[in-house]
Ligand binder design. Sequence first.
Ligand code: SAM
Length: 258
Amino acid sequence: MSILCEALEPIVAGLVPGGSIVLNVSNDIVEPRSPARSLYIERLTLALHDRLGLSLMGRVPWVNYSKPPGPTRWACVDRVQLASAYEPVLWFTNDPSCVRADNRQLLEAHTARHRQLMAAGGEARNAVYGDGAYRIRASAFGNQTAGRLPRNVIERGHNCADTRAYRRAAQSLGLPTHGAMQPTDIPDFFTRFLSRPGDLVVDPFGGTIRTGLAAERLGRRWIATAWILQYVRGAAELFRQADGFQMHPALQWATQPR
Ligand SMILES: C[S@@+](CC[C@H](N)C(=O)[O-])C[C@H]1O[C@@H](n2cnc3c(N)ncnc32)[C@H](O)[C@@H]1O
């Protein structure tokens, strides 16, 4: 907990008012020798609120049915747990009253049914459901809107074209592949939603620099750091087409035998 808080502290200190911190955490951490899930996500949430003054804006499940079954012992061997199919993505801001978020950047295509409804001028009926909790009035949903509001669940497999390109690059350079890559769609979603062109996006746990890749494509400035030089060297191949790309000479060390 304290490692994460320490890593985030300088970033939180430099955050613009209403800026966001987004953390993709694992749901597969269990208590030692126990099928009970760790409460570290709850502790982390409280620590970020209490120590760094962040407010929780959302817990967005990244649902991924192609995850390998786990936690292995408890789901596959003892069979007392359900196999995980999501990872939580926690979204915080330093100031909810002026949060820099815009869900219009994530609008999805309307369904055919909704397009028909809009074309017909909306509902033709008045109805009440759930003991009055939900009401439909005639002409509701008749306004022409640009798209469907994004829901707070993201469903994506972990593979994507960038993941495959990274793997090919790493293999051809004799580098290890990364074991926990995100599809670029995940940082793309939050970058679109929570920043504007020209904003600075920072990822202190960069891995294969997928946040940087999404930010680059969306016209944001970005900084990413990573512990393992070999991942950065492999990731550099994904940036060769970017404006002003230069390979730092230090990255050559990553491909040299030790
Ligand atoms: C889950 S991975 C992130 C993967 C990344 N989003 C991607 O798609 O490639 C977390 C990464 O953080 C790195 N890491 C862990 N602790 C770190 C630290 N204290 N400073 C910098 N990087 C760290 C790990 O080496 C790992 O590559």
